[in-house]
Ligand binder design. Structure first.
Ligand code: SAM
Length: 271
């Protein structure tokens, strides 16, 4: 891990949560990639790839003639990513442990540089975006998506569900991250110099199912960090958790996930 502390769990513990993240957001991510046109045979860099849930989907989307290179700063995440990729017999992905600020990947070598739920975790998203831009071939795509964690809630509203997200944002803010980055992602992307930029907002919601548990899992994973930094007491967390658990079990409550901002634009062709 780099000196920037990551609020959530990594390795096996984090893998389970990230596979649920993919169930919740994967469909919208696939929709985003479909908007880029035919990517068969293309080369994609996936920064902050976690356990590779989306890298593996992209690998199938670009086909065997294409390839994905996933990087993550966490060795534990990359270890999980490699294991899961091998188990699934996927051959066109390579992974490395690297910082998104300085990936070490070849310059202007990728048709797409992509990240999801990475920029909200880093202190200097502009620097990560500049690195992504430098990886893209002229005419290639910069593709980013990230959340605004003021938007997850439930309908009708329940105070404790909102408190989960307040604590989650507090944990992020205390380590210099921006869990509301979705609000300014389009501007950050535009500042890189991409052209023909487009943006879209999407927000999944669930009445039932394992996906509805995602907010409570995020709280559970952030709990050690919240306690260690005196951002909440165990009694407060226990109360919130028991109320949110009841909301999850009750199909009359619609749990809304983070609203995602998706932005994509092209690196200009050289004159
Ligand atoms: C919430 S996960 C998202 C994983 C994956 N993109 C997804 O959507 O399923 C964020 C990932 O970013 C990684 N990360 C955080 N800071 C990073 C940095 N500076 N460079 C590279 N990876 C980083 C974490 O280790 C973690 O695996």
């Amino acid at each position: 891990m780099n000196p920037e502390e990551y609020v959530l769990a990594t390795g096996q513990e984090g893998a389970d949560r990230l596979l649920i993240v993919q169930r919740v957001h994967g469909e919208d991510t696939a929709d985003l990639f479909h908007r880029l046109g035919d990517l068969k045979g293309k080369r994609v860099a996936d920064l902050g790839c976690g356990v590779g849930a989306i890298s593996r989907w992209i690998a199938s989307y670009v086909g065997e003639s294409g390839s994905v290179w996933g990087i993550d700063v966490s060795e534990a995440q990359i270890e999980q990513a490699k294991q899961l990729t091998e188990q699934q017999g996927i051959k066109n992905i390579q992974y490395s442990v690297a910082s998104a600020y300085k990936t070490g990947l070849p310059r202007e070598a990728f048709d797409v540089a992509y990240c999801r739920f990475l920029l909200m975790h880093v202190r200097e998203p502009e620097r990560v975006l500049a690195e992504m831009y430098s990886l893209i071939k002229p005419g290639g795509w910069l593709v980013v998506e990230d959340g605004d964690f003021t938007t997850p809630s439930c309908l009708p509203p329940v105070r404790e569900v909102d408190q989960v997200m307040e604590l989650y944002r507090l944990a992020g803010a205390s380590q210099g991250a921006d869990f509301e980055i979705g609000k300014r992602l389009h501007r950050l992307a535009l500042e890189t110099g991409v052209e023909e930029t487009q943006a879209r907002l999407v927000q999944p919601a669930y009445l039932r199912g394992i996906e509805k548990r995602l907010p409570i899992w995020s709280l559970q994973e952030a709990t050690p960090y919240l306690l260690k930094n005196s951002l909440a007491t165990q009694a407060e967390i226990d109360h919130i958790q028991s109320v949110v658990e009841r909301v999850i079990q009750d199909e009359t409550y619609l749990m809304t996930m983070a609203r995602m901002t998706q932005v994509w634009g092209k690196k200009p062709q050289k004159a």
